[in-house]
Design a protein around this ligand. Sequence first.
Ligand code: HMG
Length: 393
Amino acid sequence: MFPIGIHDIALATGHYALDLEELAERHGVDPGKYTVGLGQSTQTVPATDEDIVTMAAAAAKQIMAEHDAGDIRTVLLATETGIDQSKAAAIYVQDLLGLPSSTRAVELKQACYGGTSALHFAAGLVHRNPGHKVLVLASDIAKYDLGSAGEATQGAAAVAMLVSADPAVAVLEPVSGLYTANVQDFWRPNYRSTPMVDGKLSVSLYLEAVEQVWKDYEARGGRAIQDFAAFCYHQPFTRMAYKAHARLLEIHGIDTDNARLDADLAATTVYNRLVGNSYTASLYVGLMSLLDHAEDLSGRSVGMLSYGSGCVAEFFGLSMVPGYRRRLRTSANQSAIARREPISYERYREIREFELPEDGSSKVLAVDGAGPFRLRAVAEHSRMYEACHLIQA
Ligand code: HMG
């Protein structure tokens, strides 16, 4: 069997950054609750002309600059910030990227787990036809009710991954631990723009899922915990990775002091601490953060834990391909985050109040963000995007 996995990986985020100390002040809470208790410093706030399509296309554009579009037969876009109940957001991205019409483009959903499902489904497609590559996109904007506990965990980002045979970055290991349970911890009915959340329940269900996926992973002949050189977790807020990792270590009777947790997790939380929750993309933002900040992991395994409310979870290993570091875009990733424009609380509230017409009327959007793609207008219930060749890539 030939290896299948991540051949290339790229990141994009939104235009603005809101400082959580300012949000804490507005909420009348000690800033330490957000910066230490949740482990978040800033959150990405997308501009009014950005959405999941523009962010996904911005991430994917970096990959397309280095690979032949003709090899891509499938685009899978995972999101829980869908812009349409019927048409896949992947079709807009396929068009913006100029991918051949001989491509299948589909959207996938299962809360934050959707990106992981896309990655594994992509591997199945490549297994069926090793000459084909699959573009996997995970793109989300996490938005909670104003003044709610979740507001401090908002964020936005997109990750694009090219999945192929003989990958240059990471091989998907064959064993997965899986867990699904019908629970109501976080969900968003079609008529709401923000989720219903039972925050405390969601934390305990995530931790229960850690135990269950490991149990299944072990039963199916997975690696021993000591075989992993590093771990990445879905990060709704970075302290959640600490809670989850502590639970995994406890199951194995391993001491979970803060120094141990920091040593294991600090590298994987650098980006998420700044962009906030990016739902489907969050685990892979964590992976990019790890690869950009850790020592060389060539030939070693990274444990990946994906959790999506509702809930579905999966634990699997990625085996890092020797020389993978040559493929990383560390400076592009860092600058995508660093160049975000700091935003005042007042401007953040204006953006929250901005709404696209829902009555079929037309609206041409003023230029707000500075990404390579933007939402130009909405008319007759349709979104129209454009490439901004003169603006930064
Ligand atoms: P809360 O209930 O307001 O916060 O919201 P809290 O009172 O639990 O405090 C948070 C932490 O800050 C606590 O630490 C406090 O002790 C600490 P912990 O006990 O947990 O270790 N703290 C302080 N630390 C330092 N200095 C201080 C201070 N004050 C307090 N002064 C909650 C927390 C997570 C519930 C809320 O943010 C929320 O509802 N978030 C949204 C839901 C969420 O993120 N759930 C996570 C698991 S579910 C998941 O990951 C899936 C998800 O991504 C969705 C999807 O799958 O699509 C959300």
